[in-house]
Design a protein around this ligand. Structure first.
Ligand SMILES: [Zn+2]
Length: 491
């Protein structure tokens, strides 16, 4: 089998990049693979290739609809019979796709893990022989990853139902402990090869800037902004500091966009589309911004506060320099940031008693959510600290467990205008099993450890920044030659 000949014949590429060839070779030889590769290292080809050559079906499980639509389009452009089935498409399109799936018309199928909850989907899928099961963003399987999704933990079971095909699990951010857990969760212990694919991000220069307080941060950041040269993103942990910095920029007459959870759906959508359409834009955002965005010319990423983990940080800065041109990442480090971050983590993992209490309030007063939002419950639970967002966290957790309706449905326009007498939030009471399977206390301790790891990485003066990140993910240490440490140590 000559992979390169087929690549040139079937795809608009003349060669493989990074570890593509090794991954594809193993997959074609019927092996299961966990590949650690950053976005932009060409992971799509690793499933497009087997799909294009397959007489059967390749299924890709992906966490994000936005990502999926883009992947579907790219595959179709390559002449692969591909489809994405998700909640964003209307019933007629969905039914047509189910029918085609039933008729074995597809080579490549993109779905979220939640799709497996639908009986009709499973029945259509079961008509097919699945050659390969691809799990994108595979760290979502592990509680130790940084984006756990409960439905991802059922993939092991889905795999059995579709005849236990080989697996290609893909992630950009998994430490050795997370890698081990992913393999275990998939039931592939001793049957899965781990490949590091293209960890090199040669175009990325990382600098950690020590500052005292936010005023110095603002001034320094302002000087580093280069708004005429490509797009830039400033990431904030707190919406509060984002708003203050936005005000500061307005006083300096610097144009910018904002994106965070307190904005309405329409505002977020318009902010996002302006960011994507325009050449040189400055975006102030919370970490959720950027997932699934493939904008090539992001030249600088700033972290106004220290992110919660090296995983999140690497994911955020990985959005810069996708065009292969030079890009910079600046992390600001101020001594009070660590305590803010610790507090932030504490509120992300509320205790069992808190979750139950909040659930009870939701049950008694569901309309409060529609009329006054989370503030209604926060006030009743009498918090003094405005930044305390345990109520939001508790809702997310309950939503993940399937105990409450998805927030986007609850807050839809339809509900706002409806008579509200049929308004529903609650699905079922959280069970002991839910608390056991996702123990918030354990997760909290784990996240705290991750925060301390990124903090010591930022403070470490003995290693190349990028090299130390590679080591963290279990890859070989290297010296990047571009970061602040390399400059000072003349590499
Ligand atoms: Zn370096």
């Amino acid at each position: 089998m000559n992979l390169l000949t087929d690549l040139k014949r079937l795809f608009p590429y003349s060669q493989f990049v990074h570890s593509q060839e090794k991954i594809i070779q193993d997959v074609q030889n019927g092996k299961s693979v966990l590949a650690i590769m950053p976005t932009g290292a060409g992971k799509s080809l690793c499933y497009q290739y087997p799909a294009k050559l397959s007489k059967n079906l390749v299924v890709v499980i992906s966490p994000l609809i936005a990502l999926m639509q883009d992947q579907e389009k790219k595959a179709l452009d390559l002449g692969i019979r591909a489809a994405a089935i998700h909640s964003g498409i209307g019933p007629s399109e969905r039914n047509a796709k189910y029918q085609k799936l039933k008729n074995k018309d597809y080579q490549l199928l993109f779905v979220t893990p939640e799709r497996f909850r639908k009986k009709e989907f499973r029945e259509s899928l079961n008509e097919n022989k699945v050659d390969l099961l691809v799990i994108d963003e595979a760290h979502c399987i592990s509680l130790w990853g940084h984006d756990f999704r409960p439905d991802y933990s059922k993939i092991h079971q889905f795999r059995k139902e579709i005849g236990s095909p080989n697996v290609l699990a893909l992630t950009a951010t998994a430490t050795p402990a997370t890698q081990e857990d992913i393999i275990k969760q998939l039931g592939l212990v001793d049957q899965c090869e781990v490949i590091y694919g293209g960890m090199e991000r040669a175009e990325l220069a990382i600098t950690v800037e020590d500052v005292f307080g936010n005023d110095e941060k603002n001034e320094k950041l302002l000087k580093l902004l280069d708004v005429k040269n490509g797009s830039q993103i400033v990431y904030f942990l707190l919406i509060e500091s984002l708003a203050k910095f936005s005000q500061f920029l307005r006083s300096k007459k610097v144009d910018h966009l904002v994106y965070h959870g307190d904005l309405g759906k329409d505002q977020r959508a318009s902010s996002l589309s302006r960011f994507i359409k325009n050449e040189n834009v400055l975006m102030l955002a919370t970490p959720a911004f950027g997932l699934g965005i493939d904008k090539p010319n992001i030249r600088q990423i700033f972290n106004y506060e220290i992110p919660g983990s090296i995983e999140s940080y690497f994911q955020e800065i990985g959005r810069a320099g996708r065009d292969g041109q030079e890009a910079k990442a600046h992390l600001f480090l101020s001594d009070d940031d660590l305590s803010i971050s610790m507090e932030f983590i504490k509120w992300a993992y509320p205790e069992k008693e808190f979750i139950l209490k909040f659930f009870q309030m939701l049950e008694e007063n569901p309309l409060g959510l529609l009329q006054e939002g989370f503030g209604f419950y926060r006030e009743k639970l009498s918090f003094k600290n405005k930044r305390d967002y345990r109520v939001e966290s508790a809702y997310n957790i309950l939503e993940r467990w399937g105990c409450v309706m998805p927030l986007s449905e609850v807050l839809s326009d339809e509900n706002n205008f409806a008579a509200q007498k049929d308004f529903r939030v609650i699905i079922r009471k959280p069970a002991d099993d839910d608390f056991r399977n996702e123990n918030q206390k354990v997760l909290f301790q784990h996240q705290n450890k991750k925060l301390l790891q990124i903090y010591s990485w930022a403070k470490d003066e003995s290693k190349c920044r990028l090299g130390a990140i590679y080591e963290y993910f279990g890859a070989d240490y290297l010296v990047c030659g571009k970061c602040d440490w390399c400059h000072e140590n003349q590499h």
